[in-house]
Design a binder for this molecule. Structure first.
Ligand code: ZN
Length: 453
């Protein structure tokens, strides 16, 4: 399906720093790409509701990743799915007396507009589950050919016992260190059916769900029905990125079972390592990155609680999308945090100061910098070289922003570097900052943070 329009990305002088990310499976900082080509798969939305701040936080995090890669000279291939057939979509359509497909099309379009407004660069491939059904079916047939599937009353399950490496993302031996009991609990909480009688193992996952009365269904090797969620991402990722790629990304609630099972499916379907597999023989992602959860009114944003803050509603109420981006970027992507009016007000204040400092005839606005920037942020930005007027050199600010982002996407550290520059400019005598450094700071914020000033 179509993605959305890409914002222009200014080309910065010099070359970006190689990005390292914390790998969820190992807990270690790891090079995000190992060659000229860099590849990313990010799990996308289920389009039954509008984009909320939790979605925006995760997709802007991966946008920072893509921007850092581009700045470092990589050729980036980015695939993202849209789960436009799944239980939550059908349940919402049923509840509202809506047509499920019209709902999916409408909310996918709203998601595109939100991403465009937030200046999130579009994926190379935005792929809907329905349009990918032939891809998913081919993939599932490979699982069947390897004896990894079994039938349970017409539904087709993946036997996790077919993958000796099952558990290598979240299991007891990983940095997550989850026990079998914990994995089973998470499976039950997140769309799995560990208690269904007749399964060979509680953690086995549905690959093909047989047609139910009143539900949409498609023909397949397994009869009429619709695909499971994990097989959808495994099939789309390996189709568009190859059997091995660099980074699998998503919210931390996708670690298990979704990402574990997607990788497990792919290991079985693509083993033994095919020519497309990585040099060390790995299949699926080399590294797993996960973003934190955003809470609102004291609880994680979720449709069941109804405590959602929608990007589209904020935009309609006049909130600048760049302030939304800055509000998100003020938090490390792996952190869990809470959206509040104060968080938004702080971001709007920061955006005003950055715009005042980079305005053509700056500085003009009165400075009130200390209220927003924390002492820790000042420390993070301290090493930048200063010009004679006390304003950090723009080249040094760019370098600091690059280094902060290259270290596991430390966006708060990057913001602090620009804060220090903006504060100094706003405190300096009018006319003491030349146009070229101002332009470089604007380009830095735009190219690396997606913030147009
Ligand atoms: Zn996924």
């Amino acid at each position: 399906m179509d993605a959305w329009r890409a914002a222009d990305v200014p080309v910065l002088p010099g070359r970006g720093v190689e990005l390292r990310l914390r790998n969820t499976a190992t807990g270690k900082l790891t090079a995000a790409a190992t060659g000229h080509k860099a590849s990313l798969y990010a799990c996308g939305i289920t389009p039954y509701d509008a984009t909320h701040i939790g979605h925006a936080a995760t997709f802007t995090a991966w946008d920072l990743l893509v921007r850092a890669w581009l700045d470092a000279g990589h050729e980036v291939t980015y695939a993202q799915n849209v789960t436009d057939i799944d239980d939550p979509l059908l349940e919402r359509a049923e509840r509202d007396g809506d047509d499920w497909w019209e709902l999916a099309v409408r909310e996918t379009e709203r998601y595109r507009r939100d991403m465009e407004a937030l200046r999130v660069l579009p994926p190379t491939y935005l792929v809907g589950a329905v349009e990918a059904l032939p891809v998913i079916n081919r993939f599932a047939e490979r699982l069947a050919a390897r004896g990894a599937l079994y039938d349970l009353d017409g539904d087709v399950y993946f036997a996790r016992g077919a993958d000796p490496a099952f558990g290598s993302l979240a299991g007891p031996e990983t940095a997550c260190g989850l026990s079998l009991a914990q994995l089973t609990m998470l499976s039950a909480e997140r769309g799995g059916d560990p208690d269904r009688p007749g399964k060979k193992d509680p953690l086995d996952a549905v690959v093909w769900r047989a047609e139910r009365p009143g539900e949409p269904a498609w023909d397949s090797h397994f009869g009429r029905g619709r695909p499971g969620w994990h097989v959808e991402c495994a099939a789309i990722a390996t189709e568009y990125l190859g059997a091995a790629f660099d980074v699998q990304a998503g919210g931390s609630d996708l670690v298990f079972p979704h990402h574990e099972l997607s990788a497990s499916h792919a290991r079985v379907a693509c083993a033994p390592p095919t020519p497309g597999a990585g040099a060390e023989g790995h299949v699926f992602a080399r590294l797993y990155a996960h973003s934190g959860m955003v809470a609102y009114q004291g609880a994680k944003m979720s449709k069941s609680l109804g405590n959602l803050v929608f990007v589209s509603r904020l935009r309609e109420s006049g909130v600048d999308p760049m302030a939304i981006r800055l509000a998100i970027a003020a938090h490390h992507y792996r952190a869990d945090w809470e959206w509040t009016d104060g968080v938004l007000a702080e971001a709007e204040s920061r955006l005003s100061r950055w715009r005042a400092a980079t305005a053509p005839a700056s500085p003009a606005a009165p400075a009130s910098p200390a209220s927003v920037v924390s002492p820790a942020s000042h420390l993070a930005a301290a090493p930048v070289a200063a010009t004679s007027a006390g304003v950090p050199a723009a080249e040094a600010v760019l370098q600091t922003v690059r280094e902060r982002l290259a270290g596991d996407l430390d966006a708060p550290g990057a913001l602090a570097a620009i804060d220090a520059w903006a504060d100094a400019v706003l405190s300096a005598p009018p006319g003491s900052v030349q146009p070229d450094p101002v332009r470089l700071i604007r380009d830095t914020a735009d190219a690396l943070l997606g913030v147009a000033l």
